[in-house]
Write a protein that binds this ligand. Structure first.
Ligand code: PEP
Ligand code: MG
Length: 755
């Protein structure tokens, strides 16, 4: 029996006392390693801390030579200690010197010790150091001893992250935990933001590690697990069945883990060893995070992520920290960091304090990205591991011109960015100066520029950009943020406000486009394999005519005596458009019958975002007053590549030949029928893509407000006719290697255009 009578619980109690006693950081560490050695009857206990240069420095030892403290170090991967750190796995050896990785350090006086047990010191999945015990006699460490050492390591990890620990760090070096990080992601909403991290779903910080009363802790853990299970079951049973399949996947894996016996057993063991329930969850969560970091299989990584989220939920149940989003205090330069979030969650934050958003997931056309753009927030997605690497309050720079995130940036990086921000402010000033200038090409082609919008808050920007109006008002955003179905009166109010905010400029209201990734919690339907191609948008509206009629009624009332433009989304065939028009016409008749003031005029347009409609344009156009292309969905369906999944959507260039030919077909048909055509998908807001669209004859572009300036600058600089000629000729080119993007870039370069 290697553990003393005091046992692990006694050790934890003594450690807690040591943590609380007033003493210097080094004395505290020295006392801790001695307590561990005594309790585990080890001859040596040493604690190594990982520095930002990748070296593991000996910070404290009992048993090795004290002169070696802060003098000896091993590289990551070097020796047994380096190996434990590199692999984030415990290592137990009865005869360490015979192990091929053994690295002898004469200055430590390590020679007499043969038995070796080392464990990683982890926090939030990051390796902070290594804790080792050694014995002179050959012996095999038992599994429960490894458990004890791992538990103690959790305690040390907390100590390393305190300010007190900073006193032990040599001048000029730092510990790995605070190392600056640069991580590449994908631009979701352009711009540069400097600010402070606010974790959207903050990790619960465990402060009380050692149990006073193990039976009580064990009861708390059991109760919390029961509560957690009930809440997951509830979400599953009563949740929105139309939710995105990936949300369902996450819930399913939550449920699987919540009932996983291994997970629960490991937490129970940790409580039995003397930890509080919170510390037990944290201890087991650390192992999960370490496994997560080593995992290259994306599926398993995702599942480990889910387990991590679930453990955080359990911690919240235990600490009673179930605060709602947005209720938190935000710094006035907040950068939200999250694994992912829905558009409604983003909207719950105080916009005036938000600078940016950084997500581990999130594709360019996902709705959270669209909302970030419409709020003018800088956003980057696909940023690996950002949640576990950052802490609330860390400095962060979000460079959404390149898709780079700088976490805890060093001063020189910060200075460079401060310069960049000044430059970008100059750029903004340049755009602002274009506000009242006409959007017309050098050779006289007018290009009308509109906003994509969906919130009253983002309509203010119309004044700043001087755009021609709102080309797409996504009415579903109001439904997505509401907790229950907005009533007729509420809808009328919102539409009236939107019309008023536009003044004399036109606004195109798109009818409800819910379903797919636009989850509306109070509209439930059966689970679907492919929600993007399921019961959504116009299909849902035509089936649920009550919903559609109410919205149309609200729009007609809100327009009062002004002209009204209504856009019908996701039209799959012209017959559906006809049916939607019938509803609008009937509501119009009803309004007149009731003696209410009808709009001065009603124009009804169809959205072209389902490929089938391309082969029916000659039937659709005569009954449409205008049409609008939704490139986000159209490209998704043309390429059979999910718009919310960058892994596939990134592979297909939306302006590659087949897509551009499809767009040209629509432009030609609109020209032939003399009907106005607007592009309102995300394509129109990107300079190279916008140039391609102008070249194929699309002269009305609707985009996020932040894109108006750059696109107007481009419009005013271009001589369109020669570009149009070459691009139209290239559309007929059969060369299999021709890249339309390269061609357009080359044509832009010839005119030195700002793309
Ligand atoms: C589109 O599909 O391009 C579009 C504008 O609609 P949404 O992005 O709202 O689906
Ligand atoms: Mg769409």
């Amino acid at each position: 029996m290697a553990i003393t009578v005091a046992g692990p619980r006694g050790l934890l109690r003594e450690l807690r006392q040591t943590m609380a006693d007033a003493m210097g950081a080094q004395d505290r560490l020295d006392k801790i390693v001695k307590l561990i050695a005594d309790n585990m009857r080890a001859d040596v206990c040493s604690f190594y801390v990982l520095r930002d240069d990748g070296a593991l420095e000996l910070f404290a030892t009992h048993g090795l030579k004290s002169e070696a403290v802060h003098m000896t170090s091993l590289r990551l991967g070097e020796g047994l200690v380096g190996r434990i750190a590199a692999e984030a796995e415990p290592l137990s050896l009865s005869d360490a010197p015979s192990h091929p990785a053994f690295a002898y350090r004469p200055e430590t006086g390590e020679d007499p010790y043969v038995a070796f047990l080392g464990v990683p010191v982890l926090r939030a999945g990051q390796i902070l150091g290594v804790l080792v015990v050694q014995n002179a006699e050959t012996r095999v460490y038992r599994e429960d001893e490894t458990e004890v050492l791992l538990t103690v390591a959790t305690l040390l990890a907390e100590m390393v992250s305190t300010a007190e620990f900073d006193n032990l760090i040599k001048p000029g070096s730092d510990i790995e935990l605070r190392r600056p990080r640069m991580i590449e992601g994908q631009v979701l909403s352009e711009g540069i933001a400097l600010g402070q991290v606010v974790l959207h779903d903050p990790r619960v910080v465990v402060t009380n590690f050692v149990a006073e009363d193990t039976d009580a802790e064990s009861e708390r853990l059991e109760r919390a697990i029961r509560t957690l299970r009930v809440s997951i079951d509830d979400m599953f049973n009563h949740g929105d069945m139309q939710m995105k399949s990936e949300h369902r996947d996450i819930l399913e894996s939550y449920r699987m883990f919540a009932y996983d016996r291994g997970w629960v057993r490991r937490m129970r063991e940790a409580v039995a060893a003397g930890l509080t329930a919170e510390a037990a969850v944290e201890r087991v969560q650390n192992d999960t995070r370490a496994r997560m970091q080593r995992q290259s299989d994306p599926y398993i990584r995702d599942r480990l992520h889910d387990l991590d989220d679930l453990a955080n939920r359990l911690l919240r149940v235990l600490t009673g920290d179930l605060k709602v989003f947005g209720a938190r205090e935000l710094p006035d330069n907040a950068v939200l960091v999250a694994r992912n979030m829905g558009p409604a969650e983003l909207l719950e934050y105080d916009r005036s304090r938000l600078r940016g958003v950084v997500l581990e997931e999130g594709g360019n056309t996902s709705h959270v990205a669209i909302v970030a753009r419409s709020l003018g927030l800088v956003a980057v997605g696909q940023v690996d591991n950002i949640v576990s690497l950052s802490e609330t309050g860390d400095d962060i720079i979000v460079d959404a011109t390149t898709g780079t995130v700088q976490l805890r940036p060093p001063p020189d990086v910060e200075a460079t960015y401060a310069d960049k921000v000044r430059l970008s402010a100059k750029r903004q000033a340049r755009f602002a100066a274009l506000r009242d200038k006409p959007s017309i090409t050098k050779d006289g082609q007018e290009i009308a520029l509109f906003h994509n919008s969906g919130l009253i808050a983002d309509l203010d920007a119309l004044e700043e950009t001087g755009a021609d109006g709102v080309g797409l008002f996504r009415t579903e955003l109001q439904f997505m943020i509401a907790s229950k179905l907005p009533r007729l009166g509420e809808q009328v109010e919102l539409y009236k406000e939107a019309i008023a905010a536009c003044g004399d400029k036109p606004i195109v209201f798109r009818l409800l486009d819910i379903g797919g990734d636009k989850v509306v919690p109070y509209i439930r339907s059966a689970a679907e394999q492919n929600p993007a191609m399921g019961w959504r948008s116009l299909r849902l509206a035509l089936d649920r005519q009550g919903l559609l009629r109410t919205q149309v009624r609200a729009l007609l009332q809100a327009a009062e005596a002004k002209p009204l433009k209504i856009l019908v989304p996701m039209v799959t065939e012209s017959l559906e458009f006809r049916q939607a028009k019938n509803v609008i016409e009937k509501e119009h008749e009803r309004l007149v019958r009731n003696g209410q003031t009808p709009p001065e005029s009603i124009q009804i347009g169809a959205m072209i975002e389902v490929p089938s409609l391309l082969f029916e344009l000659d039937r659709l156009l005569p009954m449409s007053d205008f049409i609008s292309i939704g490139s986000n969905d159209l490209v998704q369906f043309l390429t059979a590549a999910d718009r919310t999944n960058p892994r596939v959507s990134r592979s297909y260039d939306p302006i590659a030949l087949p897509r551009l030919r499809a767009l040209r077909l629509i432009a030609e048909a609109a020209e032939n029928h003399g009907k106005p055509l607007t592009m309102c998908g995300e394509l129109a807001g990107h300079p190279v893509e916008a140039l391609a669209l102008m070249a194929i004859g699309i002269t009305r572009l609707s985009m996020a407000a932040s894109s108006i300036g750059p696109i107007k600058e481009l419009v005013r600089a271009v001589n369109l006719a020669p570009i149009r000629e070459e691009v139209l000729a290239a559309l007929g080119n059969e060369d299999p290697f021709l890249s339309m993007r390269d061609l357009i870039k080359e044509l832009a370069a010839r005119q030195a255009l700002p793309v």
